[in-house]
Design a protein. Structure first.
Length: 322
């Protein structure tokens, strides 16, 4: 069974829970569009949120043969994979006096919204940089495999050869980069659903899309501006706060960054979550109950899976010089 956050919201009776789901959707275009396979059941022990699936690594090929000859055997290759959902989110505390004197700014709602934004950004971080291994240098170990690891070394990991560091070089290399973008999009079987990048890369791609007439923008049901390249939404994956500073989810190292293209769906790149509508849970305090300081919590229980390696691609080493 598959479910989107919009569908999960419908199954919730509590209006507060519905509002929390809408906050998650508003905070992340990826979460809003992603399909979740909500079939994970922890079992009687309740100690695991594992999700097993079979990944298509190499598709089957077709050939011709002459009379009295046989086809050369060739099989599609699959690989048994295991990933898992993780519990992410956090708690916050509000003094009842602060809440009662908040005035136009609802302190409880403000803290909940900020925690939701942080959780959505952290999900973005793991969807790109996560690793299911307990120790994996350069990744977020002990979570689930993100796209950077899933595509590493695959035929869907493309290397950019165009310099976009200045406006003059963008003019000079515009057509070459458009060719590379065509290759990236064509590498995603069935077409890309979303293009994921950091803010600096989005600025560059927006400029190139305008030059080529591939740029459009519109507003969705939340009033959120959605920018598209050749009809495919361009998503700034944003930043996450690591406790010290805000860090780009898709980094720029040595002046070079990457764009990830994915086909969303249960046969491609999708989310995983527990059975039912428990992908998002909220625990809001009763402000009228005894106790001066109230604690609220929000949780996202989710992970990602890539069923078909041909449903995602990466264009890396894009020189943007920022």
């Amino acid at each position: 069974m598959a479910i989107t956050l919009a569908e999960a919201k419908v199954g919730m009776a509590d209006k507060v829970d519905q509002r929390i789901v809408d906050m998650f959707r508003r905070s992340s275009l990826l979460l809003d569009q992603m399909v979740f396979d909500n079939c994970i059941s922890p079992g009687t022990g309740g100690s695991t949120l594992a999700y097993g699936y079979v990944q298509l690594k190499t598709p089957a090929t077709a050939a011709v043969r002459t009379i009295n000859t046989e086809y050369a055997p060739g099989e599609a290759k699959r690989e048994k994979k295991t990933t898992g959902a993780i519990i992410m989110g956090g708690s916050f505390q509000v003094d009842r006096v602060l809440q009662n004197t908040a005035g136009a700014v609802d302190e409880l709602a403000f803290q909940a919204e900020q925690k939701i934004k942080a959780t959505a950004n952290y999900f973005h971080h793991l969807a790109i940089n996560g690793s299911g291994a307990d120790t994996d240098e350069g990744f977020v170990a002990g979570t689930f495999d993100g796209l950077r690891k899933l595509l590493s070394g695959s035929s869907s990991e493309l290397v950019c050869g165009t310099d976009l560091t200045t406006s003059a070089k963008m003019d000079e290399g515009c057509n070459a980069f458009l060719d590379e973008m065509d290759m990236l999009m064509a590498s995603v079987e069935g077409g890309a659903s979303v293009l994921m990048m950091n803010r600096d890369m989005l600025v560059k791609l927006r400029s190139i899309a305008r030059r080529a007439g591939y740029y459009e923008r519109s507003k969705d049901d939340f009033g959120r501006v959605v920018e598209t390249y050749a009809g495919v939404p361009m998503l700034d994956m944003g930043r996450y706060f690591d406790g010290t500073q805000s860090v780009d989810v898709i980094g720029t190292e040595g002046g070079k960054t990457a764009i990830y293209a994915v086909g969303l769906g249960l046969d491609g790149f999708h989310g995983i979550s527990p059975t039912g509508t428990g992908v998002i849970c909220s625990y809001m305090p009763d402000m009228m109950a005894p106790g001066a300081v109230k604690t609220g919590e929000v949780e996202l229980v989710a992970g990602v899976a890539l069923k078909n390696t041909m449903k995602a691609a990466c264009l890396k080493d894009i020189a943007i010089g920022i």
